[in-house]
Design a protein around this ligand. Structure first.
Ligand code: NAP
Length: 259
């Protein structure tokens, strides 16, 4: 399927690895020029070079912490006017409800709620002014079904989801869609880190922790960044203009719910 977005320009945050890289790869395959971002310059440049070579699109990498105001300013200055925004950042650390104080919540809200909101605030006026735009926020399955050890994520991402529900309906008349993608477990460094914590707590190997978790998923495996990226690219395509303010779960059936 031709996604109809060849020549458009996208900012994909936190995209040197994992789900962000999956999204960047699928957009590049659709002919979209990219601004990528991550904190570490080495992996970022390697990803940028791989996408340039594979897809022949223009790719700029900006090494900066997207959760800080200075980092966002640097990224937004380099990006200029973009047609597509994919927001993403690292997830908050796991723990127990009794572990976290106000500062922990402020950090989580900054990273996983206020950063995507700041990026939308900066870029939506250009999109609505030009009459076309696509925003995809990478959130989490924790929005639909809380994950006990990820209380910081449950809280921050649900706040973002409420903001998107209201804002998406205000920019849709101007040709801009905003939707959220909710990853269940995908095979990335983040999943390895979470499995590593389980392995340590239970005195089992990383492989055993991975296998035990995969067995709880009806698809009996973890998702891939490529599958995730394909859905993101569709949401950024010309075909998705009637999909507004939705929360799309990619979890292999892990959440046992009718809707
Ligand atoms: P990942 O494999 O660890 O990749 C994270 C990417 O984001 C890397 O490129 C990293 O590069 C970059 N990054 C992290 N913090 C950043 C920051 N402050 N500023 C700029 N770039 C940053 O993680 P992932 O699995 O793709 O997860 C992406 C998001 O989805 C996370 O919020 C995660 O919590 C959420 N999620 C993931 C899963 C899953 O199963 N994988 C499930 C549910 C939700 P640098 O380290 O160099 O900055």
């Amino acid at each position: 399927m031709d996604l109809g977005i060849r020549g458009k320009r996208a900012l994909v945050c936190a995209s040197s690895k994992g789900l962000g890289r999956g999204c960047a790869g699928a957009l590049a395959a659709a002919g979209v020029d990219l601004v990528l971002n991550a904190r570490g310059a080495g992996t970022l440049e390697a990803t940028a070079e791989m996408l340039r070579e594979t897809h022949g699109v223009r790719v700029t990498g900006i090494a900066a912490d997207i959760t800080t105001e200075a980092g966002r300013t640097e990224v937004l200055d380099a990006a200029g006017p973009v047609d597509i925004l994919v927001t993403n950042a690292g997830g908050p650390p796991p723990g127990l409800w009794s572990d976290w104080d106000r500062e922990d919540f402020i950090r989580a809200l900054d990273a996983n709620m206020l950063t995507p909101i700041a990026l939308m605030t900066a870029l939506l006026p250009g999109m609505t002014g030009r009459g076309w735009g696509r925003v995809v926020n990478i959130t989490s399955q924790s929005v639909k079904a809380p994950i006990a050890q990820l209380g910081l994520s449950n809280a921050a991402r649900t706040g973002l989801t409420g903001y998107v529900a209201g804002t998406a309906r205000q920019v849709a008349p101007l040709g801009v869609t905003i939707n959220n993608l909710l990853p269940g477990i995908h095979a990335t460094d983040r999943a390895d880190a979470l499995d590593g914590g389980v392995a340590q707590a239970q005195g089992i190997t990383l492989e055993a922790a991975h296998a035990a978790r995969a067995a709880t998923i009806p698809a009996r495996r973890y998702g891939t960044a490529e599958e995730f990226g394909a859905m993101c690219a569709f949401l950024c395509s010309q075909h998705s203009g009637f999909i507004v303010g939705q929360n799309i779960l990619l979890d292999g059936g892990a959440i046992n719910a009718t809707f």
